[in-house]
Design a protein around this ligand. Sequence first.
Ligand code: 1GP
Length: 243
Amino acid sequence: MSCIYSQIQKNRANGKKMLAILLDPDKVSSQKISYLTSLWHNASPDFIFVGGSLVNSDTSLTIDNIKQCTNLPIVLFPGSVSQLSCNVDALLFLSLISGRNPEYLIGQHTQAAFSVKHSGIEVIPTGYMLIDGGVVTSVQYVSGTMPIPRTKTDIAVSTAIAGELLGLKMLYLEAGSGAAEPVPCEMIKAIRQMVDVPIIVGGGLRSAEAIANAYKAGADMVVVGTAIENNPLFWHEIAKVFS
Ligand code: 1GP
């Protein structure tokens, strides 16, 4: 079963740009989920991502709350094995390929392997690349990895190519949640020219213009978290990009 990945590939082939809203279980109450989803009547995101660098709340409970409000596909975007939940449509099996911490390259994956295999959940092996977003983000601190400098496009492209050669099916270019600056468009563009797998871009996207620029540079999907968490009505801004 690879429904979500097939959908992503199909959308990409049709030139349809995709949007995921990231919900961090620590930051969204059931009331907030209900309010957010109530704004999606005329237009909705393509996917809901659930996860965070460090989550103390019950991820499964958040997923249950989301399911009570919407039928949109839910994709787990876990910061660690403790966030594993099988009641989702797909799992981004993330390998932090920009870093050199074995724990996030293979360690957490080994711990999760049996549970994931037995669950039958759709697994999408994804190369996760942390790019300097102008501030020290939670993912940088928690993963203990150094982001790729914003100006080092050559390193980012080499890393992306290596990820694709290793068989990873998507690349997630991440400036980190709440980043001061999103992933540079020149970097997205340069990676787009050299890899064929779908590219997701997230972190620090706070305006319709920034989202449109990421798409224009070659992102197939963008992920928005903080801007929507802070102001759910930002949704109407985002929707304009698609109208
Ligand atoms: C974080 O890319 C996501 O993993 C979303 O980032 O919270 O900055 O939108 P923001």
